[in-house]
Write a protein that binds this ligand. Structure first.
Ligand SMILES: Cc1cc2nc3c(=O)[nH]c(=O)nc-3n(C[C@H](O)[C@H](O)[C@H](O)COP(=O)(O)O)c2cc1C
Length: 198
């Protein structure tokens, strides 16, 4: 492989994650008037603080950020291939300008937290903000996972993990501005190469 440094048209180093895919999530919050609001958020990852925590980066000003500040809680709903059109729409309309409580979207209140969740997402986090780190033009939230609402088929011990993984059909988002499906080809277990002579 020949590698090159990526540069912008003016020669400055390029910043971005063009070919680094991530699983996108739809974040849900309740507005002041009790109606749900949803936005699409790709920059979600995990960190360890005694147990698994979720961390996410919200850039600029948006209603989701304001509502997280106001309530301290939100849901993060994994986006599947089927949910891509809805997620894209949520991600391209500001909650400050558009009522995003769509009548044909099945919304359920979280089990432990007062957050709106999407019934059609197979993996939903109910999150409580533990730390927030303000940036110059954005903010990072480190969140305690209060609860995970999962498609019950993912808990079926009679089905192999590889088969359960295939059920999820998560979407992927790449910084290059495209959505992709996940190729669920099993590649092995963690530790399979622990003793490999490489
Ligand atoms: C594919 C995609 C991924 C996005 N990921 C993020 C993200 O990780 N962080 C962020 O701040 N905004 C992200 N956005 C933008 C928000 O979804 C967008 O600003 C949305 O309008 C926010 O909704 P709200 O105004 O109801 O909060 C993304 C948008 C799209 C289409």
């Amino acid at each position: 492989m020949t590698k090159v440094s990526l540069v912008n048209a003016d020669g400055s180093p390029k910043k971005g994650n063009d070919y680094c895919p991530q699983a996108p999530f739809i974040f849900g919050t309740y507005k002041d008037d009790g109606k749900p609001n949803f936005g699409m958020f790709n920059w979600l990852s995990y960190c360890w603080d005694g147990e698994c925590h979720v961390m996410c980066g919200i850039g600029g000003e948006k209603l989701t950020k304001d509502r997280i500040h106001a309530t301290g809680v939100f849901s993060a709903n994994l986006v599947t291939e089927k949910l891509v059109p809805l997620a894209d729409w949520f991600g391209n309309h500001s909650g400050n300008e558009t009522d995003k409580a769509l009548a044909n979207v099945k919304i359920e209140r979280g089990s432990l937290l007062n957050v709106p969740t999407l019934a059609d997402s197979p993996w939903t986090y109910e999150l409580e903000v533990k730390h927030s780190i303000p940036l110059d033009d954005g903010e990072i939230f480190v969140c305690r996972i209060a609860n995970i609402l999962a498609d019950e088929r993912l808990t079926d011990e009679n089905v192999s993990v590889d088969e359960r993984f295939k059920l999820v059909r998560s979407a992927l988002v790449a910084g290059v501005g495209r959505y992709y499906g996940v190729n669920s080809t099993p590649l092995g277990k963690w530790g399979d190469w622990r003793d490999a002579k490489l």
